[in-house]
Design a protein around this ligand. Structure first.
Ligand code: PLP
Length: 444
């Protein structure tokens, strides 16, 4: 028995021993095509020479200096590079060690902003159903799956949940996509008016929903309306780009494509590309200035924030994305993937929707396409797909959208940006066989 406390206590795991490009290899030398980048992490693929060299160099020079004593050149440079690329006035970067930490810090920063402004009655968040923001208590509270929150309910921060922008399921017959987007965005206003806008700190959303809804993009105009409502009622906007950021959808920040500015954005996964654990929160001038000119101290912090080795690794990731033109591959390779998915799954009786942006795409599984009826959440289709894929040498990221709302299963794809066309063929072939096997079994 393994002494590692794995998340699934009874599912034996293979041992990964080596990574190279878009493949991972297990203890028997079997190759797995990493079509999900782990959990949308490995944007550069495995064993990138430039990142490895940067990490070695930094460890040789200075591995770690506690952030209450020192800053480092690598942290300063990384912050400058990120803020230069971020839309609007997100000029202040707070470095953390992962996605949940980044979201947690964002929630606390937003709360402290209002406390310092003399508005302590603002004590709740509004977020969306079918979202995922992490597993620490604050991040869990804003996350949109009631079953994840339920066991911890008495410990959670106060959060309301409104509908996600999910045109495939919720756009009414005859309704235009734009009108649908406005209608669903207006749920934020209704919720604010119900709870009292003066009690709300922020609205929290993923620009492209990842794990819990499968590369779910908002329709045109949705986020513009959300921004208007936030401004009208003096509520902050926190965008969570932990999964969809760092180029995954074709632009470094996913919300660049929504034509809006945000007050806070969180990033993580692709920022470290799997070479080291990192998260970050970028905050706007008005939030930073309020705290800087008020108490002068953000009441937060972690031992490993702005860890020098981590900073050096992420700088090398950014170099690779920008200087090796790896980011520029996302849209063309994303189109190539989408074309293949449409060819292979466009008429599949159990694939209801094929969606996504850049190299962040998903298939939504349905019992039948006409009614869009989802498979029974108890069918465990997600774990069956994962293991059927693994036995074929394919890593994909299947998930039951929400067990509470019966909104279906999907398979998320987030391959490394370095993926080649021939590897996209391998991916779609293996995925097709996997889906065929598991959906056929579901009817026997
Ligand atoms: N936010 C989003 C959108 C995520 O997808 C995730 C993880 O999947 C998190 C936050 C939490 O990140 P972490 O698992 O690094 O704590």
């Amino acid at each position: 028995m393994s002494q590692v406390f794995h998340r699934h206590c009874h599912t034996p795991l293979r041992t990964a021993v080596r990574g190279d490009g878009v493949y991972l290899y297990d203890q028997d030398g079997k190759a797995y095509l990493d079509a999900s980048g782990g959990a949308a992490v490995s944007c550069l693929g495995h064993s990138h020479a430039g990142v490895r060299a940067a990490l070695h160099k930094q460890i040789d020079q200075l591995a770690y200096a506690h952030s209450s004593f020192f800053t480092t050149e690598v942290a300063e440079t990384l912050a400058t590079r990120l803020t230069a690329r971020a839309p609007g006035d997100l000029n202040h970067v707070y470095f953390l060690s992962g996605g949940s930490e980044a979201v947690e810090a964002a929630l606390k920063l937003a709360r402290q902003y209002f406390v310092e402004r003399g508005e302590p009655q603002r004590s709740r968040f509004i977020a969306r159903r079918q979202s995922y923001h992490g597993n620490t208590l604050g991040a869990l509270a804003v996350g949109g799956n009631a079953w994840r929150r339920a066991p911890f309910a008495p410990l959670l921060t106060h959060a309301e949940h409104i509908a996600p922008c999910y045109a495939y399921r919720d756009c009414k017959p005859g309704e235009s996509l734009f009108d649908y987007g406005q209608r669903v965005a207006n749920e934020l206003e209704q919720c604010l008016l119900t709870v009292g806008p003066e009690t709300v700190i922020a609205f929290v959303a993923e620009p492209v929903v990842g794990a819990t809804a499968g590369a779910l993009t908002a329709v045109e105009g949705y986020f513009k309306r959300i921004r208007e409502i936030c401004d009208r009622y003096g509520v902050l906007l926190i965008l969570d780009e932990v999964m969809c950021g760092m180029g995954r959808t074709g632009t470094l920040f996913a919300h660049e494509q929504e034509g809006i500015h945000t007050d806070i954005v969180t990033i993580a996964k692709g920022l470290g590309a799997g070479y080291q654990p990192i998260g970050a929160m970028l905050a706007s001038d008005r939030i930073y200035d309020t705290i800087a000119n008020g108490s002068g101290f953000f009441q937060h912090g972690h031992t490993y924030m702005a860890h020098a080795t981590t900073m050096a690794g992420s700088l090398a990731v950014l170099d690779a994305l920008e200087q090796e033109q790896i980011l520029a591959r996302v849209n063309p390779m994303g189109e190539a993937l989408m074309t293949r998915l449409r060819e292979r799954f466009g008429e599949h009786p159990h694939i209801g929707d094929i969606r996504g942006r850049g190299l962040f795409q998903a298939l939504e599984l349905v019992h039948d396409r006409d009614s869009k009826r989802p498979f029974d959440p108890r069918s465990k289709l997600d774990s069956r797909i994962k293991s059927a894929g693994m036995s074929r040498g394919l890593m994909c990221y299947p998930m039951a959208g929400t067990i509470d709302g019966h909104r279906g299963h999907h398979i998320l794809l987030a391959p490394p940006f370095i993926i080649e066309e021939s590897q996209l063929d391998e991916l779609t072939d293996k995925l097709y066989d996997t889906v065929q096997q598991v959906t056929a079994e579901a009817f026997t």
